[in-house]
Structure formats: C-alpha cells, structure tokens
Write a new protein. Sequence first.
Length: 95
Amino acid sequence: MKGSANRQRVPVDRYVLITGASRGLGRAMVRALHEKGFHVIAGVRCATDEQALRREFSERLETVLLDVTDRDQIVATADRVGEIVGESGLYGLVN
C-alpha cells in the first residue's frame, strides 16, 4: 500500500529527547515524532514554551527546561530523562 510506511506506529517505549523544541525544526520534530507514536521529551528554554507544548500535545510529551549552554540544566535534564525513560532507555536525540 502506497505511503503505508509513513503511517506505521512505533512501540510505546520509544523515547526521544529533542533540544530546541520550542520552535522551528525542533518543534516540527516534536510534532512529527509525536504523530508517529514516540514519547517525546522536549527541551525548552522558558516556562511559557513548556506550557504551550503541554497544551498542544498528549501525555506522551514531557518537557524539560534546558539551555544547552548551562551545565546545571544539562545535568538536571540528564537526571530527569533517566527518571522518565527508566529501563527503556533513550531511543534517540535530536539536537
């Protein structure tokens, strides 16, 4: 069936972290992967972006405050991602 590969769903335990998820390519990746059935962990730099994403997407979206130039936020994000994904591990990273 033509185009059926684009409609395939992924297993529920696939987690992807996307940095810069507030707008542009990052936001587009959030949408595309979420629509494919991935659990998305969206890295954003401010609380208003975090709230906007949470309103738009389902419970398969988690957000983390993340400025990739801030070491403390990187460490906190790594800890939080570990809590979220557990034994499943992180399937992918979009930076």
